[in-house]
Unconditional design. Structure first.
Length: 208
């Protein structure tokens, strides 16, 4: 069998690194790229380049942003004393679509997972704690209490992550709530429909 040209092998190798793409699918994608018009294939590579070069993490909440601070953090009409903690930017998008929340967010960039060797230092937990401490310190006597809404996924790992953060804030002047269990156990915030997510949000329970 004749050997594949090196650039094709390289493209297949790159596709095979994508999540959920096996060797066979990677080959199919590579041959698709070879088949389509040059402009079309280059549009894909340009889109990847643009997203990697122009999209960064917001310096406050770690949401994806084209600027130093994301549009949500820049929106002065939002309540900055409420911070909703989510695992990933897709969860933030899902919650924004419900329209029930007008505070800010904090994107953890994942969840604690011993299996994947993801520890607290791999997530944005330290900046979150600093954020909360800064807010508490800057509070005036008449300000409502700082509220942290834990919207990590209702999975073992999501719960462990929320529990870890709650422990770190033990004794601090902060109200902590957790999304209600409207979301089925093991389901993902990202894929939960708007009504269920709104209910889970509105019926959030205070964590003691
Ligand atoms: Zn932000």
């Amino acid at each position: 069998m004749p050997e594949l040209a090196q650039p094709i092998v390289r493209l297949i190798d790159e596709f095979a690194k994508l999540p959920g793409i096996g060797r066979k699918s990677a080959e199919r994608l590579a041959y698709y790229v070879l088949r389509v018009k040059t402009e079309e294939a280059l549009a894909l590579s340009d889109a990847i380049r643009a997203v990697k070069l122009n999209v960064h993490q917001c310096k406050n909440c770690y949401n994806l942003s084209e600027e130093d601070y994301c549009p949500i953090c820049q929106d002065k009409s939002r309540n900055e004393r409420q911070i909703c903690v989510v695992e990933q930017p897709q969860d933030l998008i899902a919650l924004e679509k419900t329209g029930v929340y007008h505070g800010l967010y904090h994107v953890l960039q994942g969840r604690l997972s011993p299996l994947d060797k993801t520890g607290p230092e791999d997530l944005t937990i330290a900046p979150l704690i600093q954020r909360v401490e800064r807010l508490i310190k800057q509070s005036s006597p008449n300000d409502p209490e700082v509220e942290l809404i834990m919207a990590t996924n209702p999975t073992v790992e999501g719960d462990a992550t929320a529990g870890h953060i709650v422990n770190l804030l033990n004794g601090k002047k902060v109200k902590i709530s957790r999304l209600a269990r409207g979301i089925a156990l093991g389901a993902m915030v990202e894929f939960t429909n708007r009504e269920v997510l709104s209910d889970a949000f509105n019926e959030r329970r205070i964590v003691e």
